[in-house]
Design a protein around this ligand. Structure first.
Ligand SMILES: *Cc1c(COP(=O)(O)O)cnc(C)c1O
Length: 462
C-alpha cells in the first residue's frame, strides 16, 4: 500500500514513511492510494475474531511494509494495556447500543490510537537507529493519552506543555504522575493558546527541529485514523450478532473529524453503515456543513464537552479529497478559499452526496446536561458529556428502522464536574486511579517564554 497527499505533491510513500512524515511535506494530509474493500464472506470470518486479531487483519492491509509477526506484536502490546477483555465492549442501554472506547490507560478513546502510535514509533526508531523528541501542547485529553503512549519507550522523549492550573484536576494528575525518565511535563504560566503558539514557534525553527529530531502526535497522523477504523468493524459485528440487522447507524461526537473519518473509511471498506451520524456541541461548523452546506468559521465557544471545542477540524481535508473526486487541485483551491474567506462553498450535487453519507445535528450544554440526567434516570448508566452529545444527536436524527450505536469517547469520571451538575454526584474513578492524587509527580513550572522552553528541551532532549 502506497500513500499520497491530498494536495498532490507527495506520492508513493510507504506506510512507514507516511507515519513518520505526519503532515505531508506539501501541507496536505496523507491517505492510502486505494481503500481495500472486504467482501461479505470475509467479513463473516472477521466477525469471529477477538479485537487484537481483528485489528491485525484490518491494519495489515494498510501497513504492508511491516513484517506480520512484528505488526502482530505491536498490536498485541497496544491493546494489552486496556482494562476490558473485549477492549471496546458494546453494551445495550435502553433503545440504543454504546460502544465503550474508554478502557485504555487514560480513560479516553484517544488511547485506542495513541497506544498503537507509541509502539509504532518505537519500532520504526529502533529499526532505523534514529531518535525522536515529541513536542505537543494540550488542553487535556490528547496530552495524557500521548504521554501514556510513549512512556518508557526507547529512543523517544516527550515534552507536553499544558496551561498551569487550567486543565481539569484529573487530566493534570494523569499527566504529572507519569515519572518515567523520557516524559517531561511543562506547566506553562499562561493559557492553552500561549502553549500552542510556543509549540508552533518551536516547530517553525527548522534548524532546532532538525537538530532535536522533533516529532508530533497530533490527530492528522494516518496511524491514528487507521487504529480507529478497527472499532467500527467491531461495533458492526457485535450489533449484527445482537439484532440480525443488515445495516446500522453510528453516532460519533466530533471535534477534529478524526474519529468520524475513520468511520467513513470503514464504510468504504464494506461495513454496512447506513448513515454516519455527526454530533457536535455548539461549535457546529461540521453539522452546519452537513445540513446546510455552510462550512464557515465562527468563534470557539467553551462548552461542557471541551475536547470538541474546535472550529477548524484538522482532518476535514481528508474527506474533502474524496468529496472532490480525489482531485488535488480542487482541494488546494478549496483550502485557499477557506483561508482567504473563512468559508467554503459547495454545489447542490456535492451537498446531496454529503447528506447521503452523513446525518448531523448540534446540541448545546443544556441539552447535554439533560441527556446525562435523563439517561441516568432511565438506565442507571452515566454518560460523559462528549458521549451525551452523541446520544442526544443520535436519538434526534437516526432512522429508527436500524439499530443505533453511540460511541462513548470518555469515562464519565474524567469530566466529573459536568456529570455532577447533571446528576448531583461525581462518578468514581476506576480503582487503578483511586490513588492518583497521592502519587509522585514530575512537572516543571515554566514561564510562557519560547526561548526558556527551547533551552529546557535542548537540555533534556534525547
Ligand atoms: C478528542 C475527543 C473527541 C473528538 O474526537 P475527534 O477525532 O477530534 O473528532 C470526542 N470526545 C473525546 C472525549 C475526545 O477526547
Amino acid at each position: 500500500m502506497k500513500y499520497c497527499s491530498t494536495r498532490g505533491q507527495v506520492k508513493g510513500l510507504s506506510f512507514t514513511e507516511a507515519v513518520m512524515m505526519g503532515l505531508a511535506d506539501d501541507g496536505g494530509l496523507l491517505l492510502p492510494e486505494n481503500i481495500p474493500v472486504i467482501a461479505p464472506e470475509e467479513l463473516k470470518k472477521l466477525s469471529q475474531l477477538p479485537y487484537p486479531e481483528l485489528a491485525f487483519e484490518i491494519i495489515s492491509r494498510f501497513a504492508t511494509d511491516i513484517p506480520a509477526d512484528e505488526l502482530k506484536n505491536i498490536i498485541e502490546r497496544s491493546y494489552d494495556s486496556f482494562k476490558h477483555p473485549q477492549i471496546t465492549p458494546l453494551i445495550k442501554q435502553d433503545d440504543l447500543y454504546i460502544l465503550e472506547l474508554f478502557h485504555g490507560p487514560t480513560l479516553a478513546f484517544k488511547d485506542v490510537a495513541l497506544q498503537f502510535l507509541g509502539n509504532l514509533f518505537e519500532y520504526f526508531l529502533l529499526q532505523s537507529g534514529k531518535r525522536m523528541n515529541i513536542i505537543g501542547a494540550t488542553s487535556g485529553d490528547t496530552g495524557s493519552a500521548a504521554i501514556y503512549g510513549v512512556r518508557g519507550k526507547r529512543n523517544i522523549n516527550i515534552f507536553i506543555l499544558h496551561p498551569k492550573g487550567r486543565v481539569s484536576p484529573i487530566q493534570e494528575l494523569q499527566m504529572t504522575t507519569v515519572t518515567d525518565d523520557n516524559v517531561f511535563n511543562l506547566a506553562i504560566e499562561g493559557t492553552f493558546d500561549d502553549a500552542q503558539a510556543i509549540v508552533k514557534e518551536i516547530f517553525g525553527d527548522l534548524a532546532f527541529k532538525e537538530n532535536h529530531a522533533l516529532g508530533a502526535v497530533n490527530s492528522i497522523n494516518w496511524a491514528r485514523v487507521l487504529a480507529q477504523i478497527v472499532y467500527y468493524f467491531y461495533a458492526w459485528f457485535q450489533v449484527n450478532k445482537a439484532t440480525g440487522a443488515e445495516q446500522f447507524e453510528i453516532s460519533v461526537p466530533t471535534g477534529n473529524f478524526g474519529d468520524i473519518f475513520a468511520g467513513y473509511i470503514a464504510k468504504k471498506m464494506g461495513v454496512p453503515i447506513r448513515r454516519l451520524i455527526l454530533a457536535t456541541n455548539s461549535n457546529n461548523i461540521l453539522s452546519r456543513f452537513i445540513n446546510e452546506g455552510d462550512y464557515s468559521m465562527a468563534v470557539v465557544h467553551h462548552s461542557l464537552s471541551p475536547s470538541m471545542d474546535i472550529q477548524v477540524a484538522s482532518n476535514f481535508e481528508r474527506y474533502l479529497f474524496y468529496l472532490l473526486d480525489s482531485q488535488a487541485d480542487l482541494v488546494i483551491a478549496a483550502m485557499n478559499q477557506f483561508s482567504r474567506d473563512k468559508k467554503m462553498v459547495f454545489t447542490p450535487e456535492q451537498q446531496q452526496q454529503v447528506k447521503a453519507e452523513f446525518s448531523a445535528a448540534a446540541v448545546d450544554d443544556e441539552t447535554t446536561l439533560k441527556t446525562i440526567q435523563q439517561f441516568h434516570q432511565q438506565t442507571g448508566y452515566t454518560l460523559d458529556p462528549h458521549t451525551a452529545v452523541g446520544v442526544a444527536v443520535g436519538r434526534k436524527v437516526h432512522n429508527p428502522d436500524y439499530p443505533l450505536v453511540c460511541l462513548a469517547t470518555a469515562h464519565p469520571a474524567k469530566f466529573g464536574e459536568a456529570v455532577a451538575q447533571a446528576i448531583g454526584q461525581s462518578p468514581e474513578l476506576p480503582p487503578v486511579f483511586s490513588d492518583l492524587a497521592s502519587r509522585d509527580k514530575k512537572v516543571e513550572t515554566i514561564a510562557a517564554d519560547t526561548a526558556r522552553i527551547k533551552s529546557y528541551i535542548s537540555a533534556n532532549a534525547i
